[in-house]
Design a protein around this ligand. Structure first.
Ligand code: AMP
Length: 540
């Protein structure tokens, strides 16, 4: 027997209409690329999202087609989140920090039809325009009078001229909630980046989960500033969650330095923020140097890489609680967030700090387990560490276009992280089984780096490992075994990477060794190498 309740699908368009109706005067504040501050309300944002929807229909662009963005966090990007997905098209947020060739590859793989971009990325777009044949329309996210007259990009229009004649009334279509809504590529371990395709249903369920008190706990009394970019897993869902609960939003644009972020936190009364550890290091340094304090922010979500306990302690000195979070692009992204349980409240501050340094507990909706090398489930004792697997309605089933084959093992997604889970359900990452380096929240594929190094005529074998870095969390170190009788300097090897990867992906240093440890199957034993170089001091 089926239940007798209404079968209304969960759709992204409902979020913006809800916010416009219930929180019409709540503000969205953006620092624009031009440097000035832009303010409007959820009511205004909804109107302009409807204009975007009308403009897309006018092209016309069939539903299901991809509309890409190369953009910072700002109000126009926010409007695209709704105008594109709300109509049944797919919003594809592209990471502009990737090398130009990678950006072009991703646009081609996604078969994007439209690219909307910030002026910051004009040169990138110029470089890829004739390499992306599927893109039929190029839109610069700027005012009408800011469009450069001789951009060299055929048919380039400004965002404002594109939507200005459109009606701000629109009947959002109702469709299957499993319809694709947004696409985000993740540059995993090997090969090309893979697309993660979120649905309306997965996005809304994730949003309900993210808002829970032991997760982000967001409400209509909050002011949220996502430092995490809107091209990184939809800014951890904050542009959906804020309208769902009616929180004021503050977008930092391209100014992600400590001083600019601090100014916004203080001037806009931000209560909660979110980002990777690297940006918070810059913020804390700035606040310390000016003798400042946080007058409104009392919690901040930190994830993407392990948050150092010293950072949690420093924020605590300022009266800010760090919500240490773990997740993945494949998980929309939230898996766990760290918060105390009632029984911990009576425990010592040291004990509480030790718990808060863990990656945290799963929200209802995320199933976790840890397994040994044979796939046997390990106990939740906080001691046994194993491969971490997850499943749930906001976790990936397949990559876009089936890339990489079936990613699941018996219905579970292997995260590539190694963790313990204690009896209270607190998960702690202890290692990573996937061969990647995460620098300032961005991936560097060690295998890509090794493949390039191996193409150097002097290199017999190369292995790239992560070395701890105080600012970037991890940086790549290249370990090289030279061919007998051959010579090359560190500088020669490093210059070989120029133009082959983005600048920030070039290893920080090269060490020459006589042998690289190999396992029984001939694979480089990265664990041994990481151990050997665990105290390695990278050049400043
Ligand atoms: P991404 O898909 O780019 O968001 O990267 C997800 C990966 O980042 C995870 O599988 C972890 O390896 C790493 N990661 C994310 N959050 C944390 C965290 N709080 N602590 C340690 N590693 C993390």
């Amino acid at each position: 027997m089926l239940g007798l309740m209404q079968d209304r699908p969960l759709l992204i368009s409902q979020l913006i209409e809800f916010a416009a109706r219930h929180h019409p005067t709540t503000e969205i504040v953006s620092r624009r690329i031009e440097g000035d501050i832009h303010r409007y309300t959820y009511l205004d944002a909804a109107r302009r999202a409807r204009q975007v929807a009308n403009a897309l229909d006018r092209l016309p662009l069939p539903v299901g087609e991809r509309v890409a963005t190369l953009a910072w966090n700002g109000y126009r990007h926010f409007e695209m989140y709704y105008g594109v997905s709300g109509t049944g098209r797919v919003l594809h947020t592209v990471n502009p920090r990737l090398a130009v060739e990678q950006v072009a590859w991703i646009l081609n793989d996604a078969e994007d039809r439209i690219l909307c971009f910030d002026a910051t990325f004009l040169q990138v777009v110029k470089a890829i325009a004739d390499k992306c044949p599927t893109v039929r329309k190029w839109i610069l996210m700027c005012d009408v009078d800011q469009l450069p007259p001789d951009s060299g990009i055929e048919g380039l229009v400004s965002y404002e001229s594109w939507i200005e004649g459109e009606s701000d009334a629109y009947e959002w279509p109702e469709f299957d909630e499993r319809t694709a809504a947004a696409l985000c590529y993740t540059s995993g371990t090997t090969g090309n980046p893979k697309g993660v395709l979120y649905s309306h249903r997965s996005t809304l369920l994730h949003c309900y989960g993210a808002g829970l008190p032991d997760f982000i706990s967001m409400s209509a009394r909050d002011v949220v500033l996502p430092v995490v970019p809107m091209f990184h897993v939809n800014a951890w869902s904050l542009p959906y969650l804020a309208p769902m609960v009616g929180a004021k939003m503050v977008f930092p644009g391209a100014a992600l330095d400590g001083k600019s972020i601090y100014e916004l936190l203080e001037s806009e009364g931000v209560t909660v923020s979110a980002g990777v550890p690297t940006v918070w290091l810059a913020l804390l340094n700035h606040v310390q140097s000016v003798g400042g304090r946080f007058s409104s922010m009392y919690r901040t979500l930190i994830g993407g890489s392990a948050c150092p306990p010293a950072m949690i302690a420093k924020f605590a000195d300022y009266g800010v609680t760090v919500l240490h979070a773990w997740g993945m692009t494949e998980m929309s992204p939230l898996g766990t967030v760290c918060n105390l349980k009632r029984k911990h409240l009576e425990q010592s501050p040291e004990h509480q700090r030790a718990i808060m340094a863990k990656q945290g507990r799963a929200a209802f909706g995320v199933d976790m387990k840890i397994v040994d090398t044979e796939g046997k489930e390990l106990p939740w004792d906080g001691v046994n560490a194993g491969d971490l697997l997850v499943r749930g309605p906001w976790i990936i089933a397949k990559y876009f276009k089936g890339a990489g084959g079936d990613p699941l093992a018996d219905g579970w997604f292997p995260t590539g992280d190694v963790a313990t889970i204690d009896a209270d359900g607190y998960m702690q990452i202890t290692d990573r089984s996937k061969d990647v380096i995460k620098s300032g929240g961005e991936w560097i594929s060690s295998i890509d780096i090794e493949n390039i190094a191996m193409a150097h005529p002097v290199v017999a074998m190369a292995a790239c490992i992560a070395v701890r870095h105080p600012k970037w969390d991890e940086r790549p170190l290249l370990v090289v075994m030279k061919k007998p009788g051959e010579q090359a300097s560190r500088e020669e090897i490093l210059s070989f990477f120029n133009g082959r990867v983005a600048k920030w992906q070039v290893p920080d240093d090269v060490v020459f060794v006589d042998t690289i440890p190999l396992g029984a199957t001939g694979k480089v034993q990265k664990i041994k190498l990481r151990e050997q170089f665990k105290d390695y001091k990278l050049p400043a």
